[in-house]
Design a protein around this ligand. Structure first.
Ligand code: AKG
Length: 281
């Protein structure tokens, strides 16, 4: 727990993100993580060597099967932000040698949340380099994508190699978690913070903070903290590993409303509430 003494839980709760300077993992643990992730990256070599142009038209189930990529949108412009290789999901289950790192991050989450935790997922994130086409990662809140019933989710983001700003470092909006869920915009499109926020929200939040990291360092953010990343204008793919950890008390979100008031309308999950009986005008 000594390493965790540097992480001020109350300040994290106030700001919604924190840089863990120097990281929590040892040099040999970083090597272990690299070796597991490199196996994933090698398995995706065909995709990794494709130019963004080759991904043009990706969008069908067939494309998804062929590219081995499982991400929302399956869209060239989405993939220019980052790819999550199919074999890069839950690598802790495939490569149990990374579990000592997972346990350290779980201890960090326990320290920040003050309660027992559960791992929701881990995954490998590859941001393509400039030559393959690259975009900033659009501002978003992770919690709005995840089927859990409450706040408290934490995401730890660890680069496998140094990530200066030009390689597409992460960016966080301090205190944005205090705004609650903001909904989500299609990340394949370009949009601005002002498209997500109301004017008075800017009185609560801070300016975006870009967070260059050394290999094996990490940054952690609340599931409601708005975050994104710069484009990767370097020559190499930016390779990171991220893990989502939440309070043990969290429940999987119900696919129907927990209260029966709307269930008879047979609304589809995550679709607008367009049933005539719900429209006021
Ligand atoms: O790696 C990126 O560019 C974005 C990652 C991200 O949004 C996350 O790990 O929650």
């Amino acid at each position: 727990m000594d390493d965790l003494a540097q992480v001020d839980a109350a300040e994290f709760q106030r700001q919604g993100w924190a840089l863990i300077k120097g990281g929590l993992i040892s040099a040999s643990e970083l090597e272990t993580l690299r070796s597991a992730v490199q196996k994933v990256v090698a398995a995706e070599a065909r995709l990794a060597s494709q130019s963004a142009a080759d991904l043009e038209g990706a969008g069908s189930d067939e494309d998804q099967r062929q590219t081995g990529v499982r991400v929302e949108g399956q869209d060239k412009r989405y993939l220019m932000q980052f790819r999550i290789p199919e074999t890069g999901f839950d690598i802790r289950l495939e490569y149990p040698e990374v579990m000592p790192i997972v346990r350290k991050y779980a201890a960090l989450a326990r320290h920040l949340l003050g309660e027992d935790v559960r791992i929701l997922y881990d995954h490998v994130l590859i941001k393509p380099p400039a030559k393959d086409g690259t975009r900033p990662t659009m501002w978003h809140q992770d919690l709005t994508y995840l089927p859990v019933d409450r706040r408290g989710l934490l995401v730890v983001w660890t680069p496998l190699y140094d990530v200066p700003e030009e390689a597409g470092c992460m960016r966080y909006i301090p205190r944005s978690h205090r705004l609650g869920p903001l909904g989500k915009l299609p990340m394949a499109q370009d949009y601005q913070l002002t498209d997500l926020l109301r004017p008075t929200d800017f009185e609560i939040i801070g300016n975006p903070v870009g967070v260059p990291l050394k290999a094996g360092e990490c940054a952690i953010h609340d599931g409601l903290t708005l975050h994104g990343a710069f484009p990767n204008v370097s020559d190499e793919p930016r390779i990171a590993w991220s893990i989502a950890i939440g309070p043990a008390s969290m429940l999987r979100a119900a696919s129907k409303w927990a209260i029966d008031r709307l269930n008879h309308l047979d609304l589809k999950e995550l679709e607008p509430l367009n049933h005539p009986s719900l429209i006021a005008d």
